[in-house]
Design a binder for this molecule. Sequence first.
Ligand code: BG6
Length: 520
Amino acid sequence: MSAVVVEPSAAQFEQPSLPQAEPCVVVIFGATGDLTRRKLMPALCRLTNQGCLEKVRILGVGRSDMTDDAFQAYVHEALKDSDKLERLNEEEWREFSQRLHYMSGELDDDKTYREVAARIEEFASEGASKNLLFYLATPPSLFSTIVKRLGAAGLNNEDDDHWSRIIVEKPFGRDLESAKALNATIREVFKEKQVYRIDHYLGKDTVQNILVFRFGNSMFEPIWNRNYVDYVEITAAESVGVGSRASYYEEAGALRDMVANHLLQLLTLTAMEPPVAFDADSVREEKVQVLRSIRRMKPEQVIERTVRAQYGPGEIDGEKVKGYKEEEGIKPDSTTETYAAVEFHISNWRWSGVPFYVRTGKSLGRHLTEIAVHLKRTPQALFARTPVDEIEPNVIALRIQPNEGITVTFGAKRPGLEMCTTTVHMDFCYQREFGVEPPDAYEMLLLDVMRGDATLFIRGDEAEEQWRLITPIEEAWASEGVRDLPIYAAGSDGPAEADDLPAGNGHHWRSLNESHAGCD
Ligand code: BG6
């Protein structure tokens, strides 16, 4: 991600010139998998159509036996399902399809990697670049195997005229120990600067805008600390259920699936100190410092500061939906949590005493990802002797999705002869302001890797720090066992037990419907 400043012209916003990927061959392991079909191919196709991938070839590697032509037909079908590519025309498809190649092979067989190397040589003899980008879009159980075999085939090597990079998908391990082991395997083969660990939330425009909002304006940063902030709420509510990912989700649960990565990333961006520069080393160093400032929870703290729950049957948007245990592929006695809430404390100068509450859940009443920064009350109730409504403390809400925007609430005098006050909203709405949809996160992230920019990727020590915080929670939950896992009705705001978490400190969650979606 490069820091391009866009100044508004009178009527519209001028777009900066399009960034170009460095020439390369993108090798996707797991070429017929769900991630490739739903996310990678649409993103690569759109980048191609926008003219950002002029000298890029794509080699899919998978177990199915297919010719290049059959793979192209398979990708063409997949693109039809993408809502971002509804208007893909013949010419655009031709331009993209001619970059698509395929080879089949077992990913635990060295022969496959020798064949990948031979295919890359063949491309080079036809004039393609020797720069290599490997994408691990496979089940995580294959990550180490692929990394070792890439090393054995010499595909990790770089020299003056070509680079080799690797993108590792989430989940990056399932606890601290496995994340360390995976890092160790990767480091035996690749240098840290060659490794790009993905958290797709960092590719979202609104997530990057957290930094612009905080560090590109002088008005918010002076109040962004324990002197003015009472507490921070980070919510990632989904109205969808587990869908077709039962076997993965039964093993993961909401804490591993969302809190261990996306929510901790939102927390670090909200809480970090200003970096000295907007580059990979400076930004990631500050993010790691935030994680290091959060103390690991002791088992008794886990009981006090966390809530887990599972959705039962209910109604979403007027439609009846199943409970988690009734979903296809889920054990009828499953105790996997589909909702998790955690209270984190950052022990540093800026945030000491300010709780950061995070919550996430599936099958909730509304799809909403939001960071709400609650400011302290004013020190004096100046209007207390007049007939007033209570002035609510200010809230700065950064709406990550949907209806992307930022809302600031503040008190105002109602028009009239009496001194009556009320809470009003000041809204910034992306769609209204810029008139365009933000690009998909994978477009941004893929392009960044092809340009060698790791700012929006997770550093090795950062991945381990995330697990250092999550693993004690998982362990305490496991040793406590599940007696009465709270059940919340699908379509609700989550379990009632979650309200006790902030209530213990005199705080409260915003209702999912409270978010002032001025962009609706
Ligand atoms: C993924 C999780 O990482 O993020 C999913 O595995 C979740 O369970 C998804 O639904 C949410 O991503 P987004 O971009 O739709 O908010």
